[in-house]
Write a protein that binds this ligand. Sequence first.
Ligand SMILES: NC(=O)C1=CN([C@@H]2O[C@H](COP(=O)(O)OP(=O)(O)OC[C@H]3O[C@@H](n4cnc5c(N)ncnc54)[C@H](O)[C@@H]3O)[C@@H](O)[C@H]2O)[C@@H](O)CC1
Ligand SMILES: Nc1ncnc2c1ncn2[C@@H]1O[C@H](COP(=O)(O)OP(=O)(O)O)[C@@H](O)[C@H]1O
Length: 329
Amino acid sequence: MSARGDSGPQLVTPSLLRDWRLPAPGEDKYSRGSVLVVGGARNTPGAALLAGTAALRAGAGKLTLAVAESVAVQVGVALPECGDIGLPETSDGSVTAEGVDRISANLDSADAILVGPGLDDPDLARELLEALLAREEAAGSSGDAAGDRQAGGKHDDGGPGSGASGREGGPAVVLDAFALAALAELEDRVGPWRGRLILTPNPTEAGILLGRDPEDLETDVAEIARRFGAVVSCQGLIARAPGVGPEESGLWKITTGYGGLGTSGSGDVLAGAIAGVRARGTTGAQAACWGTHLHAAAADRLASRMGPLGFLARELADELPALMLELGT
Ligand SMILES: NC(=O)C1=CN([C@@H]2O[C@H](COP(=O)(O)OP(=O)(O)OC[C@H]3O[C@@H](n4cnc5c(N)ncnc54)[C@H](O)[C@@H]3O)[C@@H](O)[C@H]2O)[C@@H](O)CC1
Ligand SMILES: Nc1ncnc2c1ncn2[C@@H]1O[C@H](COP(=O)(O)OP(=O)(O)O)[C@@H](O)[C@H]1O
């Protein structure tokens, strides 16, 4: 099914989502997938909490938050449903790349890894991504499990009606916030993640990925997807790169949401919701379309109850289960 006709992007309507059903809940938390969030500097632990909460509200079965060690205990208490891991940090509380060893087992077992919410240092974020990519490159060259997954993995990222599972190609990698600025500097090293990368830039971050100011967002989001071999969700537009799915490319647009979504922490909730849906076994495009719709529909719902401004990002996450129920999944 072509996602983009001559008239532009395919609209993500409730009826399209009903035809593009989420995986059945399965028997236990393991069948609903696990999410690892890497972020949460000492000054911004809330971003990791918001993202993790959204992942669970979107139905993910297990959650681990890897955050600066000075705030890890508090994060674990604030969200008792998560496992938490303390990462090495600078004297300012910024997470450093040395922590990758501490999350090695989680990187191997997670279905979706979300990097970025609450990272606060551009240089350290780049070093963290470099360390994660180096680990992938080493796994690929030694032919171990992770490398086999990449080599043999299938990235059948079909559109509505596709029964493709997103798990077979290895863990999805969702990047947000400072991890996006870091990725812009690592374009030539992104190979191991191509086909399982999801990017959630706001328009500022889209400009950083493009290396110029955005002009026409439909064209620009598709360009970012193509350059990074990714699915991209930006301001209600979702693009899938050629080669990520069985079709050339795809472009979708959500029909819900408005400027009230621009509230502190909203982007963290969006990234977490997409990671949560992806971990359940969807494809990248399905996760991005579903997560972006749910995030925006949650804002519409809150606005109708509370008014157009003043709702909190964490309240967006709380709306997700009922919205999924209404869509029959
Ligand atoms: N409750 C919380 O703890 C919250 C934490 N947040 C976190 O705060 C951090 C900043 O997010 P904002 O949306 O305020 O980002 P900004 O509006 O400061 O910047 C937008 C983007 O520009 C890039 N950027 C910013 N400064 C840069 C620099 N010096 N060098 C290179 N690139 C740079 C990054 O990609 C960043 O995401 C993120 O980690 C985000 O997750 C926010 O999401 C708000 C809520
Ligand atoms: N007018 C709008 N239409 C659709 N989505 C919007 C609109 N304004 C904001 N959003 C969504 O809200 C998100 C806000 O995220 P962001 O600005 O990154 O928040 P934060 O960094 O504080 O978490 C955007 O990424 C976008 O998905």
